[in-house]
Structure formats: structure tokens, C-alpha cells
Write a protein that binds this ligand. Structure first.
Ligand code: SF4
Length: 406
């Protein structure tokens, strides 16, 4: 029997713990139909429309674990909004794009995206445990794109092997942890065998949506090809349940470096206090906040988008107000394929020759004087006061300076 976190968890109260804790059981028992969802939760009118029409679009699939976290009484529950389609998904705005990050045009072989000089994105599956309603890759996720064919993998390895500048591979999808451990082992083995590959990352949301996926056998695979950095995807502090923390602990205890990416989502995490709490909870779970992404203009998700000013305001309320480790980089993935562009509050008030006027997190102004130019030295008395301003030549300065290693 599961530990009921709220009334929805009651639905699975008779499920043996051994089943509940088995990620295969969680995947097999995902709620994927209108009738199935109606049995579990009373839908709002907007959800009724969204769920009925989700077929043929981004699929609906929700693990029992994730459903058990939903606050049944709150249509605005952040867990609920990320999983249950609504009618708003069918509103298409003027700037919506099928492939907002322009990945398809930067794909030299199927399933591989090569945009930045030294790194590539390897899409190894189109499947996910749960289909997030804000997914930017919804054009392929949940579909039958057949990215996993062995021929495609071979072509991708060959491309990486032949492009010596590629030193960093991000394994993503879909969710790579949907693959069996043996397949993951094979992918990692092939990548590790490529001499130019120095850095391997694996992007996954499964430790968040079905933390039971983190098993000893998965950890053994990741450790075998260490270091493999794991990039998680958290959007709200409520996602850091006791069960999810256990999964993070298992990974961290095994020495697997953990980072997190967050998508800025309207009505979910667009308040500075929510975002700060999320970052604090991540640090407590030994997960380093890495990026906050501005929500991409993917088709049908404009109801999740905020103005960029919202993101800047969040960064303003974090930098200086909390530990630097808790402050990720806020980026806009340039529509059409320009890559990630960092966006931050402006701390440089003015710039003149030799000095910058900066403001700190509290709005106070400071001037930073840059090093004097070659050939100009200002002599200072022992009392720390300017005895006289003395312009000397570079040779004089060198002659008077005691060598550091003498
Ligand atoms: S887990 Fe990632 S790829 Fe899958 S639906 Fe969610 S955001 Fe998209």
C-alpha cells in the first residue's frame, strides 16, 4: 500500500508496495485516456476539452506517482497543470512555431542536433514517462519518430567520431531513461569509445515524474562510464517529494553530478518566491540549479509563456538575495535556432574610460577603476594616500618592482 500524500493517492491504496515501487508498473499503469483520468479526478471544463482532443497531438500520459501528488481540489495545482491537457493547447498564437529551437535544420543525421561548435544533442527516444504539457519538443515527443533504430545510432556515432571538435554529448529525447538499462549501457559504451568525447550528459525528467526509475542497476550503468552528468528537469518545489529526494540521494551518493533545468511557466513558477524556494530545495537535494529557460514559442503552449521581464525580475530577486549556488542562468533559446542567450538584470549603470559604475543587488552604486594603462603608475605613500601622481615609463616600473620569486 502506498503512503497517501493526498486524496488522489487513495486510488492506489490497495496496490502492493512492490508494484508501486517498480518503475515498469508505473509506466504500464499510466493514465492515458479520458475515461481513465475521469475515474481518478474530477476534470474542469477546460481539461475535459483538452483531454478529449489530446489524441493525435502531444499524447497524455501521467504516472500514478505523479497523479498521487495532484491537489484534487485546486485546478491551479502546479503538478496538475503540467500533466493534464487543457483547451488552451488548441489556441495557436501568431508567433507559435513547430520547431521553435530550429533543431531539425541543424540535424546532420537523424536524432542528432549539432548547433554549437563542440557539443551535440543525441535524441535516443521519443518516449517519456509523462508528457509535460509545456514540452518544447512536442513535434516528436510521444510520436513514432523511430529515433531509436540501431542504424540511426550508428550514423550518429560515426558523425561524432568524424567530427573531432565534438567533445560533449548530451543524451536526450524524449527521456533516455525510458530505455532499458542494457540499451543505455550500449549507448554509453559506444560514446565512451569515441576518443574525442570528453563529456557526457544525460537529460532526464524521470527521477521527478517516476523516481522509482533510479535503481541500483541504473546507477551501476551510469557509474561504469563515469563521469556521466545527469541533467534533471524540475519546475516547482512540490516536485521535490520525499520519494524524489531519495532518488536524488541515490544518484548523488554514487558520485553522479546532478544539475537541474527549469522552464519558466506562467501560473506555475513565475513568482520570485516560488522560484527561490525551488532553487533552495534543489540545493538541499544536492542538485545544482543550472538554467531557467524562457518558455519557447512552441505551438499550443503560449498559455504557459510569460514576458521576458518576468524572468528578469525573478533573477533580480535572486542574485545577491540568496546563495550564488542557488542562482541559475536565465536564458532565451533564440527562436529559429540561435542557441541559448543569457538574459539578466542590468548591473552596469555606466562605463567610461578606465571605470565602470555598477549597482549591487540592493541598488547601491559603486565605481570600479580598471588597471592603469601600460606605462602609467600612480605612486601611493605608506599611509595609503597619494603622495603624488607620478607618470613613469614601463621600464622604470619594471626596474623598481621586486620580482615575486626573488
Ligand atoms: S520529459 Fe522532457 S521531453 Fe518529455 S515531455 Fe517532458 S519536457 Fe518534453
Amino acid at each position: 500500500m502506498i503512503n497517501a500524500a493526498n486524496s488522489l493517492a487513495e486510488h492506489w491504496k490497495d496496490v502492493p508496495e512492490s508494484d508501486w515501487e517498480d518503475w515498469h508498473w508505473q509506466i504500464k499503469n499510466r493514465v492515458m485516456t479520458y475515461d481513465g483520468l475521469k475515474e481518478v479526478i474530477k476534470l474542469t471544463p477546460a481539461e475535459e476539452i483538452g483531454v478529449k482532443r489530446s489524441k493525435g497531438r502531444l499524447l497524455m500520459a501521467i504516472t500514478p506517482y505523479w497523479l498521487s501528488l495532484i491537489d484534487e481540489m485546486r485546478p491551479t495545482c502546479p503538478i496538475r497543470k503540467q500533466a493534464i491537457p487543457t483547451a488552451e493547447e488548441f489556441d495557436v498564437s501568431a508567433f507559435d512555431m513547430e520547431d521553435p529551437c530550429g533543431e531539425d535544420k541543424d540535424s546532420p543525421v537523424p536524432g542528432l542536433v549539432h548547433r554549437y561548435p563542440d557539443r551535440v544533442l543525441l535524441l535516443v527516444t521519443e518516449k517519456c514517462a509523462m508528457y509535460c504539457r509545456h514540452c518544447t519538443r512536442r513535434r516528436i515527443v510521444g510520436s513514432e519518430a523511430h529515433l531509436t533504430s540501431p542504424q540511426n545510432f550508428e550514423k550518429a556515432y560515426e558523425y561524432i567520431r568524424n567530427n573531432h571538435r565534438v567533445r560533449d554529448v548530451l543524451i536526450s529525447g524524449g527521456d533516455p531513461l525510458m530505455l532499458p538499462d542494457e540499451t543505455l549501457d550500449d549507448i554509453l559504451k559506444n560514446l565512451r569509445a569515441i576518443p574525442n568525447v570528453e563529456f557526457i550528459r544525460l537529460g532526464t525528467r524521470m527521477p521527478v515524474t517516476v523516481p522509482m526509475r533510479v535503481t541500483e542497476s541504473l546507477i551501476a550503468v551510469l557509474k561504469k562510464y563515469s563521469p556521466v552528468w545527469v541533467s534533471l528537469h524540475f519546475n516547482h518545489p512540490k516536485e521535490l517529494t520525499k520519494r524524489c529526494r531519495k532518488a536524488c540521494d541515490m544518484l548523488a551518493d554514487a558520485g553522479i553530478p546532478l544539475g537541474s533545468q527549469t522552464v519558466l511557466l506562467k501560473g506555475i513558477n513565475d513568482r520570485p518566491s516560488t522560484m527561490r524556494r525551488l532553487m533552495h530545495e534543489l540545493l538541499k537535494a544536492r542538485v545544482r540549479p543550472y538554467y531557467i529557460y524562457q518558455c519557447d514559442p512552441a505551438r499550443g503552449i503560449s498559455h504557459f509563456r510569460t514576458p521576458i521581464a518576468t524572468g528578469i525580475n525573478i533573477m533580480e530577486k535572486m542574485r545577491g538575495h540568496t546563495s550564488g549556488y542557488a542562482v541559475p542562468t536565465y536564458v532565451v533559446d533564440a527562436p529559429g535556432g540561435g542557441g541559448k542567450i543569457p538574459v539578466a538584470p542590468n548591473y552596469v549603470i555606466s562605463q567610461a574610460k578606465g571605470s565602470f559604475t555598477l549597482r549591487n543587488y540592493a541598488g547601491q552604486m559603486f565605481t570600479y577603476h580598471e588597471p592603469v594603462e601600460e606605462g602609467e603608475v600612480v605612486r601611493v605613500s605608506h599611509q595609503g594616500k597619494h603622495a603624488k601622481k607620478d607618470v613613469k615609463t614601463a621600464e622604470t616600473k619594471t626596474a623598481e618592482t621586486k620580482p615575486a620569486a626573488a
